[in-house]
Design a protein around this ligand. Structure first.
Ligand code: NAP
Length: 285
């Protein structure tokens, strides 16, 4: 029977450390780290993600602000907001919640964020630095996944075959790079991959970020594999579930992350960590 790795528990531990850190800053009368989240429009999923981020900041005592803009906001107006946040010395982290309304070019906005405040790690400058293994902001979900692997004693992935299913800019692609940086041998699968089940079943570490409820059953999983499930889906009964059929694979895996309480809580925690990192870089310059 596989061990269930609760990202929520790892996140709790990390958040306690961050709470203590911020409390110490407060007691010594220092400025506190601050995250600003920009929300454009009324997308229900985005509203819920932004609320989760606000709650996490408040929980650890981090300064935070939500800039709420109407659905009709123009690209120029949003660029102005980003510019003023870039210039605001009290702001350490800027996160523009995606997706953006169709009149706005997402790339233009992400490129406009000051890379030193890009706590989401989506700016091409930071992505390039990650590729070169230089100190930088690493995208929160891939960073959280690496932390989960470290937590189960898999810091050095030499000799391990990792298979990533999904090649999104926010999860799959940066994750592949991080896994290589940790010495894994990596295969990437996506919707055009042939014999995908066969590739997946060779993985020592199988990481799935597709967005299809319970796509992965036991036939895709090698005996003793570590399975990390990134997907967040609703099944036919409106129940939250991952991309992996948890009940079907649990007796085959060595470790598995559940949905919910797996990768999700780690993503938000890495955002807090990146904001504190940005703060430290500024304050200790
Ligand atoms: P995405 O942009 O939605 O892209 C999905 C990826 O899956 C694409 O690369 C696509 O291939 C591939 N794909 C689609 N159908 C496939 C199939 N049948 N077999 C193999 N590959 C297939 O991906 P994402 O943004 O990474 O999101 C994926 C899931 O993770 C969603 O459920 C999302 O909600 C969740 N998510 C969770 C977190 C978290 O913190 N837990 C963070 C981010 C995302 P092509 O490239 O060929 O189209």
């Amino acid at each position: 029977m596989g061990v269930v790795v609760y990202g929520s528990e790892i996140a709790k531990k990390l958040k306690l450390e961050m709470t203590e850190y911020i409390q110490n800053l407060k007691e010594s009368g220092k400025r506190l780290p601050k995250l600003v989240v920009v929300l454009v429009g009324e997308n229900p999923a985005s509203i819920s993600y932004v609320k989760g981020k606000e709650k996490a900041c408040t929980e650890i005592g981090m300064e935070n602000e939500m800039v709420k803009l109407p659905e009709t906001t123009t690209q120029e107006e949003l660029l102005e907001v980003v510019k003023s946040l870039n210039e605001d010395r009290s702001v350490d982290g800027i996160l523009v919640q995606l997706p953006l309304p169709k009149q706005i070019d997402e790339h233009k906005i992400l490129h406009a964020i000051d890379p030193s405040k890009d706590v989401d790690g989506f700016h091409p400058y930071n992505l390039g630095k990650m590729m070169l293994q230089e100190e930088t902001f690493i995208s929160c979900t891939p960073k959280g996944i690496i932390r989960i692997l470290e937590e189960i004693g898999m810091s050095d992935l030499s000799g391990k075959h990792a298979v990533v299913i999904g090649r999104s800019n926010i999860v799959g692609k940066p994750l592949v790079q991080l896994l290589i940086n940790h010495n894994a041998t990596v295969s990437v699968c996506h919707s055009r991959t042939q014999n995908i089940e066969q590739v997946a079943s060779q993985a020592d570490i199988l990481i799935v970020s597709v967005g299809k409820a319970r796509l992965i059953n036991r036939n895709w999983v090698k005996d003793g594999a570590v399975v990390i499930d990134v997907g967040i889906n609703r099944d036919e009964h409106n129940k939250l579930c991952g991309d992996v059929d948890f009940d079907d694979v649990i007796d085959k895996v060595s470790y598995i992350t559940p949905v919910p309480k797996g990768v999700g809580p780690m993503t938000i925690t890495m955002l807090l960590e990146n904001t504190i990192h940005s703060y430290n870089l500024k304050e200790n310059k």
